[in-house]
Design a protein around this ligand. Structure first.
Ligand SMILES: Nc1ncnc2c1ncn2[C@@H]1O[C@H](COP(=O)(O)OP(=O)(O)OP(=O)(O)O)[C@@H](O)[C@H]1O
Ligand SMILES: [Mg+2]
Length: 279
C-alpha cells in the first residue's frame, strides 16, 4: 500500500471552467524527502489541499477519481482523522496559530485527540527540542518572528506524529538565513523520524541538493515524478519555466557545449567534485 495514492484524480474549483488538477496519478512512499515544483498556477497548492481532504471536503467544486492516504479515501475520511496521518503547513503560519501561547499551540492538537497528559508532555518535550523553540514556549504566537512561527507550526504538526508532513512554500516570507535554517531542520526531521516530507519551494539552490525525489507539475498535471538525478538530467526539467539552481544552469550550458559528460552538478560541492575529475 502506498502512503499517498492519487488515481485518475481531477478537480475543478466551483465557478472555474478549467481543471486545477487534471488526471493526477501519483504514488508516494514512506521515508522520502520530496520537492514539489512547477510554474505558478500549475496546481501545487491544489495538489497539497487534496492530501488532507481539504479538496473536496472544504473547497467546493467538482471532482472525479480518488486520493488515498495510508489506504484511507480522502472523500470518505474526516479531515481530523486524516490529520493523524498527514500534517500540512501552509504559507502563512500565523493563520494557523490560534492559541494563547506557544506551549498551548503545540498541545492543542493532541488535547483534541484525547491523549493523556503524560504522553502530551513527553511528546512536546521531544518536538520542542528538535525544532529548538525552548526559549519561546510562553510567548504568544503573534509576538514571535516569522521563522519562529514556522518552527512552531512545524512543531505543532510534528507532535501529532504524522507519516507525512507537507509544506507549501514554508520559506516564502523568510530571509535567506531563516529559510536555510527551516529547510535544514526539515531535512533533519525527515531523516530522524523516517517520515515523508513534501515541500513546495522556490529556493531551488537550497532545496534541490537535499531532496531524494522531485515532482514536476504543469497546467494541472504531474508531468514527471522520479529520483532527483533523473529529473534534473531530463529535458522536461530544463524546459520548465521555473527557477533553477544556479550551479545547475551554469553546468547545463557547459554540458550542452560538450565540455563534460558526467551528471550535471546541483550544489557547489558537487561542482567542485566534478571539476576535480576533469583533467
Ligand atoms: N480557492 C480557489 N478558488 C478558485 N480557483 C482556485 C482556488 N485556488 C486556486 N485556484 C486556481 O487553481 C489553479 C491552480 O492554482 P494553485 O494555487 O493550485 O497553483 P500553484 O501551483 O500553487 O501556484 P503558485 O506557485 O502561484 O502558488 C489556478 O488556476 C488558480 O487560479
Ligand atoms: Mg501555491
Amino acid at each position: 500500500m502506498s502512503l499517498i495514492k492519487f488515481s485518475n484524480f481531477h478537480f475543478r474549483y466551483k465557478g472555474n471552467q478549467e481543471y486545477a488538477l487534471n488526471n493526477i496519478n501519483l504514488k508516494i512512499e514512506s521515508n522520502k524527502f520530496i520537492l514539489l515544483a512547477g510554474e505558478t498556477g500549475s496546481g501545487k497548492t491544489s495538489l497539497i489541499r487534496c492530501m488532507n481532504g481539504l479538496i473536496p471536503q472544504f473547497y467546493a467544486g467538482y471532482y472525479k477519481g480518488s486520493v488515498e492516504i495510508s489506504g484511507k479515501n480522502t472523500t470518505e475520511t474526516s479531515i481530523s482523522n486524516l490529520s493523524k496521518d498527514i500534517g500540512i503547513v501552509f504559507q502563512n503560519p500565523e493563520n494557523q496559530l490560534i492559541a494563547m501561547n506557544v506551549e498551548h499551540e503545540i498541545a492543542f492538537g493532541l488535547e483534541n485527540l484525547g491523549i493523556s497528559r503524560d504522553i502530551i508532555k513527553e511528546r512536546i518535550e521531544e518536538v520542542v527540542k528538535i525544532t529548538e523553540i525552548e526559549n519561546i514556549m510562553d510567548r504568544a504566537p503573534f509576538e514571535i518572528s516569522g521563522g519562529e512561527q514556522q518552527r512552531v507550526a512545524i512543531a505543532s504538526i510534528l507532535v501529532l506524529e504524522p507519516k507525512v508532513i507537507v509544506l507549501d512554500e514554508p520559506t516564502a516570507n523568510l530571509d535567506p538565513f531563516f529559510a536555510r535554517k527551516i529547510i535544514t531542520l526539515l531535512k533533519k526531521i525527515q531523516i530522524e523520524k523516517k517520515i515523508t516530507v513534501i515541500i513546495s519551494e522556490h529556493r531551488m539552490d537550497l532545496i534541490v541538493p537535499i531532496v531524494d525525489e522531485i515532482i514536476l507539475m504543469k497546467k494541472g498535471g504531474v508531468i514527471a515524478y522520479d529520483d532527483k538525478d533523473k529529473i534534473i538530467s531530463d529535458d522536461i526539467f530544463e524546459n520548465l519555466n521555473i527557477n533553477k539552481p544556479k550551479i545547475y544552469s551554469i553546468f547545463n550550458k557547459l554540458k550542452k557545449r560538450n565540455l563534460f559528460r558526467q551528471n550535471i552538478p546541483i550544489s557547489v560541492q558537487d561542482a567542485i567534485n566534478l571539476l576535480k575529475t576533469i583533467n
